[in-house]
Write a protein that binds this ligand. Sequence first.
Ligand SMILES: O=C(O)C(=O)CO
Length: 325
Amino acid sequence: MAKAKVYVTRRVPKPGMDLLAEHFDIDVYEDEEAIPHDVLVNAMKAKPYDALYCLLTDDIDKEVLEAAGPQLRIVATMSVGYEHIDLQECAKRDILVANTPGVSTDSVAELTVALLLMTARRLSEGVESVKQGEWGDWRPKWLCGTELTGATLGIYGLGRIGFNVGRRLKPFGFSQIYYTDVHEVSYAKDIDAEFIDFDGLIQKCDFICVCCNLTPQTRHMFNADVFKKMKNNAILINTGRGGVIQHDDLVEALKNGDIAAAGLDVTEPEPLPLDHPLVLLKNCVILPHMGSNTWDSRNAMSEIAARNCIAAISNQTPEGNVCTS
Ligand SMILES: O=C(O)C(=O)CO
């Protein structure tokens, strides 16, 4: 029997590639950079693929799905986030959508803690000062940052990642951990986190970690009005999705001193252009979306996305099934 056909939008780590090659007839877009949208549409038209294995850089919209044709069973993304996939269009066509939850929780939570410490203690400025020969005699007021001990921590989105950020940060001795989410969650008690509404979170917290998905409800949740209500000493960390923060407003808030600093692993757009005002600000630490960049996470993500394709083609429910109805 002929093998099912899968289109893969980038060469992914070996565990995923091996599994795909073992089970399917695969075509891969062989480039380091993301596949251009028109190239993906044309690739989908060229052959009747049963599965589309994609990444978070690929816009899987109506045009791609139409080009793919009615035999397409699944869009499997090698990511936790799936805001790049048009779920409604997939649901209309009975196409499954699956992501890779769970396996990047630790890597993203670790990176969040690292970014929070980098931002609070001005570590990138320190590293740069050594390279630029600015390290002079010990100076009493030079590169002073903010302590975590005794501060209030807010977590916006206490899902798997948010909880694991809280678990790792708790031993630093915050006076209180608050969280905001759609509902109260029972496991919050394991990190002594108190549920609070969004207004309370932004007004009470010295550190806020954004750990939520991007949805129509969370888009631009952090905007000029919110920055004005936040504490002037507040530090905002985002390892969720760039779109949760209104970036022009953030530039103004960081310049005006509405908030003290920001640490961003995700931005809008990505990559952020080199001449973007945020890149020039000393009180903004920016990383190039590297939350899940560990071999453990990336190997596991590549494998789960492949297993999701195998499940869908064998008429089983993929483990990362995203509800599309
Ligand atoms: O898996 C995701 O959604 C990512 O953002 C990768 O870090």
